[in-house]
Design a protein around this ligand. Structure first.
Ligand SMILES: Cc1cc2nc3c(=O)[nH]c(=O)nc-3n(C[C@H](O)[C@H](O)[C@H](O)COP(=O)(O)OP(=O)(O)OC[C@H]3O[C@@H](n4cnc5c(N)ncnc54)[C@H](O)[C@@H]3O)c2cc1C
Length: 376
């Protein structure tokens, strides 16, 4: 597809849809973004950790995750160049902690290699004893040792998503706050485009459609007769408040398990998250889920015990269940102009901007080597 006069519909405005839309709009494509704001958007709930080097994932998933981390400075610069002041991002470091020195030593080898391979964006790794730990993260339990990765970052998913959408709008993208109820292949309603997208009130024609519907992407493609393997996974988090404490410089905390702590500005500290399979799109917070989140956090950071619980959030991760949990980014086979960007799993806030930019180029027929292995 050539960019001149091309019209593309993007279904979904989480990090996947926002990033593809931004990548297309900034290359002169006419973009219309659809989002129905259904509860459970993963991007809006996410914990905001941008430190792929501490994760236990491996293989192609890790390579994409790490490449996503490397892409962040470029994304932030692009948005700043557009004059968007608030990006919600801060590089406050990542702290890997454990009670067992052997477990920590084993992880340290892997993390040092990854940080070194990632280059300047990941920064440096420092060993910390319990006194050092308490200096940079005061609520920590006294019997921990750790590693500090200086390049670790954290981002408010809602703020960044909105900044990327603002960037897309600045390049002419339009936003429709409604569900894409019908997506029809074949001649458009006016005989113009090969695709039509219908909402409750209108039908528009497009040259291409990008499905970026998060955990609902599979359902959308099912209706169009195409099979992918994306399943919902519920994640519950708790936002704590520490009044009068300057939490801005605190790093994210990773106890080498699935749970973590992400401090933000203004005394806000996010703890989480559950990984609940088999509950579909049930976006309730549950007693068991909240207990697990609190137990995990207070075991490593008992100093948070007196914090105020001021918010809970629930998001539904789009988990790819194909080999290696590899995300999807590419053309839907057997179609012309139907594309998918989804299945980013637990690292989507990190890899979404990179994948979105790559897919935008692929749609325009340009080389996109960073997503070549993510095809359907
Ligand atoms: C609790 C939790 C913590 C996380 N923490 C991190 C983290 O620390 N770091 C990290 O890198 N990643 C994290 N993630 C993962 C990351 O948030 C997700 O991988 C990513 O946000 C997925 O983005 P998405 O755009 O694919 O989906 P979503 O953000 O879910 O967006 C999909 C959008 O599509 C819309 N939609 C669907 N169907 C339609 C339709 N027919 N018409 C219109 N709109 C439609 C939905 O309403 C939704 O707004 C976390 C996820 C969760 C749940």
């Amino acid at each position: 597809m050539t960019q001149h006069h091309a019209r593309v519909a993007v279904i979904g405005s989480g990090i996947a849809g926002a990033s593809v839309a931004f990548g297309l709009a900034s290359r002169d494509v006419s973009v219309m973004i659809f989002d129905d704001a259904m509860a459970g958007q993963a991007t809006a709930a996410s914990a905001g950790i941008i430190a792929p080097w501490v994760s236990t994932s491996d293989g192609d998933y890790y390579e994409t995750y790490a490449a996503g981390g490397n892409f962040y400075p470029q994304l932030l610069e692009q948005l700043r160049d557009l004059g968007i002041p608030e990006l919600g991002y801060r590089q406050s470091g990542a702290l890997v902690v454990n009670r067992d020195p052997d477990t920590l030593a084993e992880a340290a080898g892997r993390i040092r290699e990854r940080v070194s391979a990632a280059g300047p964006v990941a920064g440096e790794v420092h060993d910390l004893d319990s006194a050092n730990l308490a200096e940079i993260f005061p609520p920590i339990a006294p019997d921990m040792t750790g590693l500090f990765i200086t390049g670790g970052g954290r981002v408010d998913g809602r703020t960044l998503r909105d900044a990327i959408l603002t960037g897309a709008r600045a390049h002419g993208a339009r936003f429709v706050a409604d569900a894409a109820r019908t997506i029809t292949a074949g001649s458009g309603t006016n005989g113009t485009g090969p695709w039509s997208v219908g909402t409750t009130s209108a039908m528009e024609d497009f040259d291409a459609v990008v499905v970026a519907g998060g955990a609902r992407s599979q359902e959308i493609l099912d209706r169009l007769g195409h099979t992918v393997s994306i399943t919902p996974q519920r994640g519950q988090l708790i936002h704590l408040s520490l009044r009068g404490v300057n939490t801005s410089p605190w790093p994210t905390v990773h106890p080498l398990d699935h749970h973590y702590i992400t401090p933000f500005d203004g005394g806000r500290v996010v703890i989480g998250a559950t990984r609940e399979d088999g509950v579909g799109f049930d976006v309730r917070t549950t007693a068991a889920g909240q207990k697990q989140v609190l137990d995990d956090a207070l075991r490593i950071a008992p100093g948070l015990a007196e914090a105020t619980i001021f918010e809970t959030r629930v998001g539904v991760r789009p988990m790819s269940t194909r080999a290696g949990g590899l995300p999807y980014a590419g053309a839907v086979p057997g179609t012309t102009g139907l594309w998918l960007a989804s299945g980013f799993g637990a690292g989507g806030l990190t890899m979404g901007p990179l994948i979105g930019d790559g897919l935008a180029r692929a749609i325009l027929g340009q080389p996109a080597p960073e997503i070549a292995h993510l095809g359907l």
